[in-house]
Design a protein around this ligand. Structure first.
Ligand code: PEP
Ligand code: MG
Length: 317
């Protein structure tokens, strides 16, 4: 979609009781960021940096990276921009980082794990993000994809600190990270739920396979419970860290309400979905969202959860 076809929304994530849910955009580069800002996004919840370099055989230089990231930062002066470090592998192979001959790429050396096999690339990327951040007014946060353990989270936070980046976080998209969210969030400042991969791994169903689409929905009871556990860990004694959602789940208006009801603080989505999600949130209070989250959690199946919640949200009909 181009900027002209994106509906500009005015609700800005204000719920019926005045509760604010920042609505952010998922972007793959500066062009996306400009469109997202025009559509009314309050920042970027996911900059997929691998999208800037998908056609590359070699690691991008520091200057190339700085230019790519700064283009996004400049579209959001004074706003939050969450940079995700390279999520290479599986559905997003990068020839300079990932091994195309792996037998199980989704379970392979991907995302943060490429730091095990290609040491230095992540460190140089963090340096580029820090350099790009210096010249802008954007509030730059940075997060690692495919974090599975608290040790990895701690290591990433240490690397961010060494690069001078003050707001390290992790994606929660591996079930082990959701199950240990309390410990993981003791190491970093925030978490962002990647419901696309979290669903794929919880259901053991490749997200790219059409015949598995019925398994691959974030309405699955198992996925809703993992989200609930992540939020519980984030607010556990001594933590109090924000949790967002940046997977496709945030773009489904009925599910967005459920996510807020589960305690998620921010929602990040394709810019095309912002207006519809804002419109539904404007009709419900947090208390109603919590009740709908309870209905979703109590449902025996994904289909039932979706049907029961949608039946309570007549605005969607
Ligand atoms: C996710 O896994 O939900 C996510 C947001 O990341 P990606 O779709 O880029 O893997
Ligand atoms: Mg992912």
């Amino acid at each position: 979609a181009n900027a002209a076809t994106l509906a500009v929304f005015s609700g800005e994530g204000v719920m019926a009781d005045g509760h604010l849910v920042p609505l952010l955009a998922n972007v793959g580069g500066a062009a996306d960021a400009v469109k997202a800002a025009a559509a009314g996004a309050q920042g970027v919840g996911l900059l997929r940096t691998e999208f800037c370099f998908l056609d590359r055989d070699e690691e991008p230089t520091l200057d190339e990276q700085v230019t790519a990231y700064r283009g996004v930062f400049d579209a959001f002066p004074g706003k939050k921009v969450v940079v995700r470090t390279l999520d290479a592998g599986a559905d997003k192979p990068l020839p300079f980082l990932t091994d195309a001959s792996e037998p199980n790429p989704a379970l392979g050396v991907r995302g943060y794990r490429t730091d095990f096999t290609s040491p230095g690339v992540l460190k140089r990327q963090l340096a580029a993000v820090a350099t790009a951040a210096e010249g802008t007014e954007a509030d730059v946060w940075v997060m690692a994809p495919m974090i599975s353990t608290a040790e990895e989270a701690a290591d990433f936070a240490r690397m961010c600190g060494e690069a001078g980046l003050k707001n390290p976080g992790v994606m929660v998209e591996v079930p082990s990270a959701a199950l240990t969210a309390e410990t993981i969030l003791g190491e970093v400042n925030f978490a962002s739920l990647g419901t696309n991969d979290l669903t794929q791994y919880a259901m053991a169903a490749d997200r790219q396979l059409g015949p598995l689409a019925a398994l691959n929905t974030p309405w699955q009871p198992a996925v809703l419970r993992l989200i609930q556990l992540t939020v519980a860990g984030s607010v556990a004694e001594g933590n109090n860290k924000p949790v967002g959602v940046c997977g496709e789940a945030a773009a489904d208006p009925a599910l967005a309400v459920v996510l807020v009801g589960l305690g998620v603080n921010t929602l990040s989505m394709t810019a095309r979905a912002l207006a519809a999600v804002a419109a539904v949130l404007a009709k419900v209070t947090v208390e109603e969202a919590q009740r709908l989250a309870g209905i979703a959690l109590a449902a025996p199946s994904a289909l039932e959860a979706r049907a029961r919640v949608r039946a309570e949200l007549p605005i969607l009909d």
